[in-house]
Design a protein around this ligand. Structure first.
Ligand code: ADP
Length: 536
């Protein structure tokens, strides 16, 4: 029967009690069941009655392993139940606690283990009946789990104290185990006989085992019918299969202690107890790793966002400082023209016009900076590098003329197109050009600004901005891109750091080298548009 695919609600924690099993999990579970059945059919053969030498350490080792496995599984499930506030999980955890604790009287009464007749002075039937009660108990708890889980979903989130419910469940389970032990041992003589002697077992045991297997089957069917089946449910089903095989082997194949069939039954018993525990541990470790990854990536994302915030404000301050200075100077000049005995209205009007232009520029700068940081990878388009260079040159043209700087920017027709955000890349170039102009303005002699573009490692286009200015200070290439590094009296040292943020967001690289002879060269790379032909 195919179960409808049900997704986990978003508000529910990711635990294996809520996660639906993946395809691999399902195949793995089926594989374990099939392998168990194959192993079962081999052990159920004629070899099963073969009597092995009695190894005294086997029973205590087996009992301790089951006790520890079931107890750890119970603890993990109680933990999950408190996390999910799930009554169903409390029932299943109690089931594991019961199964684990029942091993203790079984071991204590096992003939020949501590004393020849068993430690608690139990009769012949007690050990077998304690086993039977363990076989009854586990599927009963699984049935309770399945019924509670499929109850009205909001019912799972009960109001009472989780801790109190878990504590009372533990107390009741311990009390039941103690009561059952006392009753079985005290009533040994009155119990229907399972063992005739240490080697032979009654036919009653066969009927009883048949009923136990049916009880397991009921639990299995109810788990199968759970609507929102989880990883835990899947592996509980596999564990119940191993349980059923264990009971069958114990009753019909190798009831005599230390026969090959009896040992095989114990191995299946061990399998059923270790299965859910292994899956729990595996899933918990996997979920923990995923959680850790998610936390780390969230932290990185947050840092990147904070950086962007810092960068936006610093960038705004950097860009509007200059027009603000113009506005202040013009306003002062305007006041002076008006303060005269005969105010010069024409000149005052001129200064006001300059103020209006500067305000418009400030507004444009703010819009530009905002646009720069709003754009994301999906707004990148295929660009012609030369268009970007020409766009940037147009912005700085006046300043180039003012400082009598010659420009060399020969377009390379064969360059592939690049993938990028035009305004951002233009901003990078404007920044590099402005720095170059500032550097050359301080120095006499030939003033040339050269812009070159070329293919870099076939996947990138490299743009270089070279000047004939004062050059970089020794070692400056290492820290020049750090925020707040500036050598200018009115500089903020943000220009290059913003350039780096933009280029790195484009998956490119930016660096500086000393120019041959004098000046500095700034280079940056931007990825080639994969859809672009290598020559245009
Ligand atoms: P700012 O322009 O505010 O000073 P930048 O980040 O643009 O900040 O530049 C940082 C520093 O790098 C400048 O102060 C300057 O010392 C140096 N620099 C940048 N470009 C050049 C260049 N082309 N030539 C020489 N020095 C440069």
């Amino acid at each position: 029967m195919m179960q409808p695919a049900v997704s986990v609600p978003e508000d529910q924690p990711l635990t294996l009690a809520t996660l639906p099993p993946g395809r691999v999990q399902k195949w793995l579970a089926l594989g374990v069941v099939l392998a168990s059945l194959a192993a079962f059919s081999i052990t159920a053969g004629p070899l099963s009655t073969f009597q092995l030498r009695r190894i005294d350490a086997f029973v205590p080792a087996y009992g301790t392993a089951i006790f520890v496995n079931d107890l750890i599984t119970a603890i993990l499930l109680f933990n999950q139940s408190s996390l999910l506030r799930s009554r169903a999980l409390v029932a299943m955890a109690s089931g594991y606690l019961f199964a684990g604790l029942m091993v203790v009287p079984w071991l204590l009464t096992f003939p020949g283990l501590f004393t020849p007749g068993g430690l608690l002075g139990a009769g012949l039937q007690s050990t077998a009946w304690l086993s039977v009660l363990r076989y009854i108990g586990f599927p009963t708890f699984a049935i309770a789990y399945a019924l509670l889980k499929d109850a009205d979903p909001p019912e799972r989130f009960w109001e009472g104290s989780v801790g109190a419910t878990i504590l009372s469940s533990v107390a009741i389970t311990v009390a039941v185990v103690c009561a059952v032990t006392v009753l079985v041992i005290a009533g040994d003589a009155y119990l229907p006989p399972i063992a005739i002697d240490r080697v032979h077992f009654s036919t009653f045991w066969h009927y009883l085992a048949g009923c136990l297997i049916l009880w397991n089957a009921v639990a299995l069917i109810l788990l199968w019918m759970i609507r929102r089946r989880s990883v835990l449910d899947l592996w509980l089903m596999v564990a119940l299969c191993a349980y059923a095989i264990e009971i069958y082997l114990s009753a019909f194949v190798g009831p005599a202690r230390f026969s090959a069939g009896w040992i095989a039954a114990r191995i299946f018993g061990f399998l059923s107890s270790i299965l859910v525990l292994s899956v729990l541990l595996y899933e918990i470790t996997t979920l923990y790793t995923q959680l850790l990854r998610a936390v780390l990536s969230y932290r990185r994302e947050r840092e990147a966002r904070l950086m962007t915030g810092d960068t936006v404000s610093a960038s705004l301050a950097h860009e509007i400082k200059q027009p603000l200075t113009t506005i202040l100077a013009s306003a002062n000049a305007g006041l002076n023209w008006l303060d005269r005995v005969e105010p010069d209205l024409d000149r005052a009007k001129d200064t006001l016009r300059r103020i209006v232009t500067a305000v418009h520029r400030t507004d444009a700068v703010i819009e530009n900076v905002r646009a720069n940081f709003k754009v994301r990878a999906q707004t990148r388009t295929s660009l012609n590098v030369d268009d970007v260079i020409q766009g940037a040159l147009a912005v700085v043209r006046d300043r180039l003329q003012l400082h009598r700087i010659a420009v060399q920017a020969d377009p390379d027709e064969r360059l592939p197109r690049i993938m990028g955000e035009q305004i951002q890349l233009q901003q990078v170039l404007v920044n590099l050009m402005m720095n170059a102009i500032d550097s050359m303005a301080m120095k006499d002699g030939e003033r040339v600004l050269s812009i070159r573009s070329e293919v870099d490692h076939s996947k990138y286009v490299m743009v270089s901005v070279k000047d004939t200015g004062k050059g970089l200070e020794p070692g400056a290439t290492d820290w020049i891109f750090n925020p707040a590094f500036t050598t200018k009296a009115d500089g903020m040292g943000m220009g290059l750091s913003i350039c780096r943020s933009i280029i790195e967001a484009h998956e490119g690289r930016i660096w500086a080298t000393a120019g041959e002879g004098r000046g500095a060269i700034f280079h940056f790379t931007v990825p080639v548009d994969p859809g672009s032909p290598s020559s245009r």
